[in-house]
Design a protein. Structure first.
Length: 65
């Protein structure tokens, strides 16, 4: 996926990256987004776009109180 735009970490403001993992013995990849500083992360997703969407979504989804 070209041109990945990840928001900074909600918890510490750190930079995030997309992590791709393969489970041993299973031909299946799981993708998550992880903070480089505090290691907060999304759940595991089968598509990179889903992991990025989950990471970039904030608790308030941009809505004011």
């Amino acid at each position: 996926m070209a041109n990945i735009d990840l928001k900074s970490c909600t918890f510490c403001g750190g930079e995030a990256f997309v992590q791709k993992s393969r489970i041993d013995g299973i031909v299946r990849f799981f993708i998550s987004v992880v903070c480089r500083v505090c290691f907060a992360q999304t759940g595991n997703y089968t598509k990179e776009a889903y992991a990025i969407e989950a990471w970039n979504r904030r608790g308030d989804d941009g809505k004011a109180d």
